[in-house]
Design a protein around this ligand. Structure first.
Ligand code: FES
Length: 223
């Protein structure tokens, strides 16, 4: 983990931002940076996940940063946490945006294409500028996509984990067939620095901190 200065180069209509930063700070898909704008009236840093590659940095997933403006200087810390890891043998990938934009999963597409994998993107929020090779399916196709895939990456809010469990319990064969990892989203104000506990998650009677034990977990750990 490193600390460095960066800046906001551009802010897009969907709330994502082009961040300029040293290459070693660019988070891998699933990891995040904590960012605080010098001029921001908000005391807490914001977790930034990468979405797409961009010149001299990366484009973040949409993030609520109401006071940020292009040109703002950022104090950055990261990359933090566990990233997604596509098994080298995977040839059929399901990217599942359970309850939000698929932006945090898009960085996996170029990695999957490098290993000649087929990709299906599942979710009910639109994604722009996808390579033609990526098939798009609505969320109701999730179980089929899990059965078809040999690796799946999911993105879900912590509060929606019971809903995911419920869907999977109705069809236990689906997750068993693919190797799957889940990015669990929650507020992460201290980013593993102060053990604030805001990002806590109880798994099998044990407390985990999403900011440092995740944010990417094996699906098996969550069921
Ligand atoms: S964000 Fe503070 S412990 Fe996770």
């Amino acid at each position: 983990m490193k600390i460095a200065a960066g800046s906001v180069a551009e802010i897009y209509l969907d709330g994502s931002a082009r961040i300029v930063c040293p290459p070693e700070l660019i988070p891998a898909p699933g990891q995040y940076l904590l960012a605080h704008a010098d001029a921001s009236p908000h005391p807490l840093p914001v977790p930034l996940f990468s979405s797409l590659s961009a010149p001299h940095g990366f484009r973040s997933a949409p993030t609520p940063t109401p006071s940020w403006r292009p040109g703002d200087l950022l104090a950055l810390r990261g990359p933090i946490g566990h990233s997604f890891v596509i098994p080298p043998s995977a040839r059929r990938l399901a990217l599942i945006a359970f309850d939000d934009s698929p932006a945090r999963l898009l960085g996996l597409i170029p990695l999957a294409l490098k290993q000649n994998a087929e990709i299906v993107l599942v979710g009910d929020s639109p994604a722009e500028d996808l390579p033609e090779i990526v098939e798009v399916q609505p969320l109701k196709a999730m179980l089929n996509a899990l059965q078809w895939s040999d690796y799946a990456a999911l993105d879900i809010e912590r509060e929606n984990l019971p809903g995911l469990r419920e869907r999977l319990e109705r069809n236990p064969q689906a997750p068993a067939k693919s190797e799957a990892q889940v990015l669990v989203r929650a507020p992460m104000p201290c980013g593993a620095l102060a053990d604030c506990g805001v990002c806590a998650l109880i798994l099998r009677h044990e407390w985990k901190m999403i900011c440092k034990d995740g944010p990417v977990f094996g699906l098996g750990e969550l069921l």
